[in-house]
Design a protein. Structure first.
Length: 268
């Protein structure tokens, strides 16, 4: 049995729990009666005891400064760091969760914001401005390609919901982990899994009206490194279970690596 937690200090907790349940139900069921299915439990995490029960964790969107203050007060910051960097369990941060999982965040006053870390990136908070500048954009996410039998270039777009979203503005050199050899070397580097392209200063000038002259502005909005995954946008605010299902499969694989007795199939 696999327990997946959603950090429930603040932010979009129930949305993640409900999409996790839907995604789990969409995963393949055992082909034969003799295969013992995996059972998922999805729980809210507010205490170190609840965190200790988890095999994987989502840090939702919300407000990263508030989340950090509450986590500090509840004595959860260090246990969260341990969960991510020492235990190396799968963790996914959406929006404010991505900020929490970054090693550095800019647009914060020095000493103003504590982070959990785990992703060797610097994020820029509120990249697109305030709440009223929120937007929705179709994203091309080739990493979802393996799943529904689509080739990477024909994956149906994912509806990216951006609300005071951060982006990854710099990828840094991987920091050494306290548990060397815990992961596979190819996963040490930060992998860019999704970008958002918009025609930046895109207004063609009179002198140069060719499309080539349009500066393409590209932001990194999905990354993965080792056991940590982060997205700038909010899949939990859609009905699209693809990213949750993709991540749950990684959770199952990681649990199986830790404990080979985890079954191959998922209970419906
Ligand atoms: N701007 C928020 C932060 O920096 C994130 C917003 C969100 O999670 N929707 O924490």
């Amino acid at each position: 049995n696999i327990t997946v937690g959603v950090l429930a200090l603040q932010g979009g907790v129930i949305e993640h729990l409900s999409l996790l349940r839907k995604a789990a139900a969409s995963l393949p069921t055992p082909p034969a009666d003799d295969v013992k299915p995996i059972k998922f439990s999805f729980i809210e995490v507010r205490t170190t005891e609840q965190l200790a029960q988890c095999d994987a964790l989502i840090i939702p969107g919300g407000e990263s400064t508030t989340m950090a203050i509450v986590a500090r007060r509840l004595g959860l910051l260090e246990p969260l760091r341990q969960f991510v960097k020492i235990d190396c369990k799968p963790v996914w941060g959406t929006c404010a969760g991505l900020v929490m999982l970054a090693e550095e965040a800019s647009a914060t006053k020095q000493g103003g914001q504590e982070l959990v870390g785990g992703l060797d990136v610097r994020v820029l908070r509120n990249r697109y401005g305030t709440q009223i500048q929120s937007f929705v954009a179709d994203l091309n996410l080739p990493f979802l390609g393996g799943d529904a039998g689509h080739a990477a270039d024909v994956v149906p777009p994912f509806r990216g919901i951006f609300i005071r979203a951060p982006v990854v503005e710099e990828i840094m050199t991987p920091s050494p982990r306290a548990t060397p050899g815990a992961g596979d070397d190819s996963k040490e580097l930060v992998e860019v899994l999704g970008v958002f392209r918009k025609p930046g200063s895109g207004i063609s000038t009179a002198e140069s009206s060719s499309t080539e002259s349009q500066k393409v502005d590209e932001d990194i909005v999905a990354v993965r490194q080792r056991n940590v995954f982060g997205t700038s946008f909010h899949p939990e605010l859609t009905n699209d279970t693809r990213i949750h299902a993709w991540w749950l499969k990684h959770v199952v694989d990681a649990s199986r690596q830790r404990n080979p007795s985890v079954p191959n199939s998922v209970a419906s």
